[in-house]
Design a protein around this ligand. Structure first.
Ligand SMILES: C[S@@+](CC[C@H](N)C(=O)[O-])C[C@H]1O[C@@H](n2cnc3c(N)ncnc32)[C@H](O)[C@@H]1O
Length: 245
């Protein structure tokens, strides 16, 4: 089932092009062969916001629903994590992601985020991009994160599929699993109910996606330039940051 999830999310979500990521991180293109070739989709936007994780060198980070594993690798290589674990329900994702790095600080583990196979208090931070809304029991996922994060640890939860982002809603029709279409407020209240303190919540704009001039519209995805500006520059990724008390 999760294999299907992994394959269908790949098809339905947008991945940043290798070129953009090279430019952003200043990497050699040869080091970024894991980034899928350009695949443009109106839904997810770029959303590679691992750089928002406030990491002290040497800290341990969990990348929940890691997919291709780009964030776990970057959190180690660019941000200096001492240990970065990419976790994903799809074993083939974890295997492919593992084959793309020989960094001893980075590991990929397969499993279900409702039942994390990690010791209590073993991570300083969790980063998750576009994965939390696949939770069937979100309370259980949050409880597990409260357990594996240390006191003072942070959960950076980024989603491009959320209530206010009406541009994203149609993706649910293309995916089999039921997805959580939550509002910003619902994220905050779920985090608080589970026991997190909500330290911040924001709409992080995608400033990398190029927006053509008005006369290029309508496009296949947007009727007007204003709609595209709303999707990428105004709504962007909904980021909720929970802190373990
Ligand atoms: C849209 S992808 C996002 C991947 C990556 N974070 C990114 O930003 O490109 C969602 C990922 O969540 C994973 N996922 C879905 N349900 C999961 C679960 N219950 N436990 C762990 N991972 C899950 C999928 O296998 C998929 O790789």
């Amino acid at each position: 089932m999760y294999r299907d999830v992994a394959e269908s999310v790949d098809a339905a979500f947008h991945f940043e092009t290798g070129r953009d990521l090279v430019d952003r991180l200043g990497y050699d293109p040869d080091d970024l062969e894991y980034v899928p070739d350009a695949s443009i989709d109106s839904f997810a936007g770029v959303g590679y916001h691992f750089d928002l994780v406030e990491l002290e060198p040497g800290e341990a980070v969990l990348d929940l629903g890691t997919g291709s594993g780009y964030a776990a690798r970057a959190l180690s290589e660019a941000a200096g994590a001492g240990r970065a674990i990419g976790f994903d329900a799809a074993p083939e994702m974890a295997r492919t992601a593992s084959a793309r790095t020989d960094d001893p600080a980075v590991k990929f583990v397969a499993g279900d985020f409702h039942d994390l196979p990690f010791e209590s208090d073993s991570f300083h931070h969790c980063f998750s991009m576009d994965a939390f809304f696949f939770a069937t029991e979100p309370r259980d996922v949050l409880q597990e994160l409260l357990r594996v994060l240390r006191p003072g640890g942070t959960f950076y939860c980024g989603v491009n599929f959320y209530q206010a982002n009406h541009h994203s809603h149609e993706v649910a029709d293309r995916l089999d699993p039921e997805m959580l279409l939550w509002s910003a407020e619902r994220y905050r209240s779920a985090f608080r109910t589970a026991g997190f303190r909500v330290a911040a919540q924001s709409h992080v704009p995608d400033t990398d996606t190029e927006i053509p001039p008005a006369d290029a519209f309508p496009t296949a995805e947007f009727d007007t330039r204003a709609e595209m500006v709303e999707r990428y520059r105004k709504l962007g990724t909904l980021l909720t940051v929970g802190v373990v008390p």
